[in-house]
Design a protein around this ligand. Sequence first.
Ligand code: GCV
Length: 701
Amino acid sequence: MRGSRIVNCLCGAILALTALAVPSVLRAQDGYDLWLRYAPLDGEALERLRRLDLHPVASDSDASDPTVELALNELERGLAGLQNAPEEIPADGTPIVLQCDSDLPGPSGHYAVQPYARDSAQGIGIWASEPIGCLYGAFALLRALAQGEDPLTLNLASAPAMPLRMLNHWDNPDGHVERGYAGRSIFDWWRLPGHLDQRMIDYARANASIGINAVVVNNVNARAEMLEPRYIERLARLADAWRPYGIRVYLSARFSAPRDIGRLDTADPLEPAVRAWWQAKADEIYAAIPDFGGFLVKANSEGQPGPQDYGRSHADGANMLAEALGGRGTVIWRAFVYSAEDDTDRAAQAYAEFVPLDGQFADNVIVQVKNGPIDFQPREPFHPMFGAMPNTRLMLEAQITKEYLGFATHLAYLAPMWEEVLQSDTGRDGTVAQVIAPAGMAGVANTGSDRNWSGSHFDQANWYAFGRLAWDPTLSSADIAREWAAQTWSREPATLDTIESIMMDSRQAVVDYMTPLGLAHLMGTGHHYGPALWVCDLARPEWNPCYYHRADAEGIGFDRTATGSDQLAQYAGQVAARWQDPATISDDYLLWFHRVSWQHTTQSGRPLWDELVYRYDHGVSTVDSMAARWASLEGQIDARRYRDVSEYLAIQQAEARWWRDASIAYWQSINGLPLPEGSSAPAHSLEHYQSLTFPEAPGDT
Ligand code: GCV
């Protein structure tokens, strides 16, 4: 032990010399370490930490627990990084005492991190009532230290706001990721269970650091074979590896599995043989994975099988699976449904199908509802199901991967969008955050085999922010941005100001150059890359951009009031009242709920057509300004990541212009209006934009 410490000290000395040559903030980074870099502190924060000479210790009763061991290791690793020192435990100094079986009251995962003084000794305490709370507390302490905070003034008592903080991977067993923009799947089913890739550990650690505690490993467009013994065996290896990080595994289950792999001739949920099949399947899974979380199901949606194939309801289907799991797990049943046969407004269909079933779902069923009623658009009003099913646990589904926001090459920080939804008052049962508190939040993951995990350095912030908001939906998106940036990029206040400002402007910029004023779903068919506003002839009406914008020579927008689809009536009265009148509704939702003339006066005072063009121009100029702000950071951050982001921003600048020009060219072909004074004409003809094809676009189904 003594010998190895000496070696460590020598390594540390070499490291320290290297550090003298290159300031820590400029050391080469490839993004793999995410927000867990623990980059060396400097100045007073470093002095303070060195003076305190912190060292973690666990109480005797906790010491042998694997999760507590992870917490101790993480603290050592973090403290070493922050102090640019070797990873060794000092003999004395100030202890960080982990007490993980305390009687601190609170929900699973809660912790308190505070300094204490006992007799003449001082220390930092991490108190929790179970080991996972200690691990979360350790990460919280390191997060604070990484931002330069003084450990002796910390008071970090915290508890998760909701029990399930979940990632949904749309990863297929062959390694393709549906709507994935970061390479191939991180799950290496081919080499599992024999080989567990280190990435699986690094992934679990990253998730634990932001409180994520549940992972669905496969696509909701599920393959039945994921339920076969060979996959259960592989999943068990992952479950074993992730258990100490507090993560439970879930599977997307294909509803027709009893037929597909079970040799039954039906998957009717009321058929005894089908129920017995699922019961046996659940028992088989629990024999291998005692803490298996449960099933996520996409049923009777976009061609997936479901109970309606047999004339049964969503509740019949969900309750059958719930019975098979029993008290051991949860069925998460998705409410993302819209039907080819149903010609009512797509935005109204999920509510119409699910709200009448309120109270019919078993206790261990959660209904998972997308943030808005269409499909992860750059901006949607909150889904009207939130607050409308008081007797059903509802979970929010957000999309971390940016299917409709420019993929990984556009910088769009999504926390402001999620904050907007979470803070929306449903007018019935509190805010969306309050409605989902008994259940949780799921995020469609943006991870992949790319070295930087998320396809771009800034998309890591969306993974991070998702976890932080699921833990505490009252956090502000700006605070999360700064906290993430300080751990990921630099602690320099001016640099942080710039990065925070870029992030906070980014999502609205995307809304402005893609789908301003409440427009939606104008993206290219299938892959959803780039503008395709002119597509009007696809087989299913609601697959066409024309279905959503409804533009003609007179006007534009989707009338969802009583004179139109009346979908607005699905919201509580006070909410509907806010959006009812085209003269007073926020411009953000104008064309979502109303069809108005091109001359309609918007909240800005400008006529609609002028405002639309203004928004496009504003989106483009915001991206230009984001790129300029980023350029001002050259030399303030490491060269490789600086260049990666610069190149992506250049792509985004070009594509923002493309969106603006193609959209304006199309609208002009419909309304024949001249551009407002000062606005430049599109660079190309409409025919040019219409002729573009993208067979290489990633992430398609
Ligand atoms: C997994 C959208 C996406 C699909 C996705 C679907 C869903 O329609 O384009 O790729 O399928 O949502 O959420 O089920």
